[in-house]
Write a protein that binds this ligand. Structure first.
Ligand SMILES: Nc1ncnc2c1ncn2[C@@H]1O[C@H](COP(=O)(O)OP(=O)(O)OP(=O)(O)O)[C@@H](O)[C@H]1O
Ligand SMILES: [Mg+2]
Length: 316
């Protein structure tokens, strides 16, 4: 039996924050008991509002930060069990593309130098021709190599960010809001590029976004997070959401066509403080289906039907 590319079990990250002369540090749980299996070739979307733990989950998967509990395994091998050298090798199979191509590229370096950097870290030489080919693979002219980031548009810079991430042939690419800072038309071109690269190179994507509409369009599986926990998993992105939070996200998500944009925000009520989560469902304070049962016990993620799981006492 082949192993899934990525398997995540009980992954939890607590941060101790604050503290000082008069205040004791307090624990907040940024990611809580997350289980997730990603098969080769999957495009898994991770959606949720700002602060729900998406980037923390990404950093845990890359093991840029240590989990408080739980584990991440790549091809069935636990990252926690690896020594530094083996961990570096595992990390090279995973890569990240960030939202802001301005800050992920060093302004002092030419594009050629930026693309050569991952090779240099591995003591590998890379020729001009190879850099030209890498640029052409993201539909940039080879002449871009001589330029500096400030000469490029936001979309061109993100293409460089993608080229750089793919330079060392990773298996898993974590895209953390890769189009969030771009105009809608440029956003569509980058999504198209990512889709074609995935087909051509057989990549697996974890696509982080707060835009459920975009995730439903681009991904073949969706994981919805709320205040650190997974509240719904949809194996069919077009399936009807069963969690009231996913439903609300869907109603408030922008239509891709600007003329169809709705800005109604059905999500009302305060997000509870992550320092002081209620005992029951974390969404209870904002949910229009709430009952007493919701407030007493946090619902677990339960499988409803094949590939569709929801953590809700009263699913839709
Ligand atoms: N190093 C840290 N120390 C303390 N708290 C942190 C740290 N990193 C993240 N957090 C907190 O963890 C929570 C989750 O943050 P995270 O950046 O993962 O959210 P996110 O879903 O990526 O949000 P966004 O959509 O705004 O990028 C937030 O409340 C954040 O303040
Ligand atoms: Mg983030």
């Amino acid at each position: 039996m082949t192993q899934p590319l990525l398997s995540i079990r009980g992954l939890t990250k607590r941060f101790a924050t604050g503290g000082g002369w008069f205040a004791r540090p307090r624990d907040m749980t940024a990611v809580r008991n997350v289980d997730l299996t990603v098969e080769r070739g999957d495009v898994v979307g991770i959606v949720g509002e700002s602060g729900c733990g998406k980037s923390t989950l990404a950093r845990l998967i890359m093991r840029l930060i240590e989990p408080t509990e739980g584990d991440v395994a790549l091809d069935g091998i636990s990252l926690g069990s690896l020594d530094q050298r083996a961990l570096q090798a595992a990390r090279r199979r995973m890569t990240m593309v960030f939202q802001d191509p301005y800050s992920s590229l060093d302004p002092r370096l030419t594009i050629a130098e930026s693309i050569a950097e991952p090779f240099r870290i591995q003591s590998r030489a890379v020729s001009h021709e190879e850099i030209g080919r890498i640029l052409e693979s993201v539909s940039l002219p080879a002449s871009t190599a001589k330029r500096h980031p400030h000469h490029l548009s936001g979309g061109q810079r993100q293409r460089v960010g993608i080229a750089r991430a793919l330079a060392l042939n990773p298996d898993l690419v974590i895209l953390d809001e890769p189009t969030a800072s771009l105009d809608v038309s440029i956003q569509a071109q980058i999504i198209e590029l990512l889709a074609s690269l995935r087909n051509r190179l057989g990549l697996t994507y974890l696509f982080i976004s707060h835009d459920l509409g975009l995730v439903r369009y681009f991904c073949n599986r969706i994981v919805v997070m709320y205040l650190g926990s997974v509240v719904e998993v949809l194996s069919d992105p077009k399936a009807k959401p069963r969690h009231p939070y996913t439903r609300a996200l869907m109603d408030s998500s922008f239509a891709p066509d600007p003329s169809l944009r709705r800005t109604i925000a059905p999500l009302s009520g305060e997000i509870p403080s992550p320092f002081n989560l209620p005992a029951g469902c974390a969404f209870a304070a904002r949910c229009n289906r709430v009952t007493e049962a919701c407030r007493s016990k946090r619902p677990n993620l339960e499988l409803l039907e094949d590939g569709h799981a929801v953590a809700c006492v009263h699913p839709l």
